[in-house]
Design a protein around this ligand. Structure first.
Ligand code: BV8
Ligand code: ZN
Length: 234
């Protein structure tokens, strides 16, 4: 199984989504914050947004949807959670096989020497933070618009979707590329596509089933049913 999650799967933990009501992009335009040009222009402004998001995320816990996916992974011998989220909540809920397509809030990268330290300090003592090794500027190690995704993360995600019998797509608006195209890779190889979302998305017409509801409610129900069926067939 391959699972693709987006900001909607962290919504019930209290992490704002990007495009929904009250979402990040309601107040800012993506290119004003999540882009190398914005960082180049005003690293402190971009860092003030990421520092606030880090503090927000540090104060929340995984929700029942995250825990359900960790349960699912324990029951299936080949299950990959591919996430567009950068909050680390899947790992906090116990998912071990997680591909962070768009990076992580908790990893930084030095623009000068490339060092990639983990840093969980909230708030950051100084903005923008400086590299301990070379005093270069540190940026969040996330993928911004117009930036390439890590080859490794993309290859692992494509492989997982290509070999999946089921691709479960939870809480994503399916609008950001190349993540949004991953489920179609699976579909092209005969995978059964299950979508869980409170709204219709561009993926909905391609899904074999699209469950309208919240991930924190529907994912545990799906995994309960899966466990009942797989216990019955054991
Ligand atoms: C790239 C940074 C190659 C980290 C993010 C092809 C066509 C058109 C455009 C492009 C294209 N290829 C590339 C582009 C440009 C761009 C792009 O896709 N633009 C879009 C907007 C059209 N893509 C890129 O730039 C990518 N790079 O392709 O490079 C390249 C490079 C150079 C030259 C040529 C090519 C990089 C994309 C990564 C951008 N970084 N984040 C961070 O700060 O977080 S994207 C950002 O959006 C987040 O990562 C987020 O995860 C992601 C996607 O959003 P979602 O996760 O889906 O969240 P959203 O709020 O949108 O939706 C929430 C959903 O949940 C909704 O559907 C809602 O209904 C639902 N929901 C809400 N609550 C619940 C729920 N569902 C269930 N339960 C609930 N409770
Ligand atoms: Zn450095």
């Amino acid at each position: 199984m391959a699972v693709l999650t987006g900001a909607g799967s962290s919504a019930e933990s209290g992490v704002p989504t990007f495009r929904g009501a009250g979402g990040h992009w309601q107040r800012f335009r993506p290119q004003d914050l999540a882009s190398p040009e914005a960082f180049e222009r005003d690293p402190e402004f971009v860092w003030s947004w990421y520092d606030a998001r880090r503090s927000d995320v540090a104060a929340v816990a995984p929700n029942a949807g995250h825990y359900a996916l960790a349960r699912l992974e324990a029951r299936i011998n080949d299950c990959t959670v591919i996430t567009q989220n950068v909050d680390g909540l899947h790992q906090a809920a116990g998912s071990a096989n997680v591909v962070e397509l768009h990076g992580s809030l908790w990893r930084l990268r030095c623009v000068a020497c490339g060092a990639q330290p983990l840093d969980r300090r909230t708030p950051m003592p100084v903005l923008p933070p400086r590299c301990q090794r070379c005093s270069g500027l540190l940026r969040p190690a996330v993928v911004w618009f117009g930036e390439m995704l890590s080859e490794e993360a993309l290859a692992a995600s494509e492989a997982a979707c290509e070999r999946a019998e089921v691709v479960l797509v939870a809480g994503t608006s399916a609008t950001v590329q190349p993540a949004a195209s991953l489920p179609l890779l699976g579909k092209g190889n005969g995978a059964y596509i299950v979508e869980v979302n409170t709204e219709e998305t561009p993926l909905t017409p391609e899904a074999d089933v699209s469950l309208r509801g919240k991930t924190a409610q529907l994912l545990p129900m799906l995994v309960d049913r899966f466990e009942q069926c797989s216990t019955a067939s054991d």
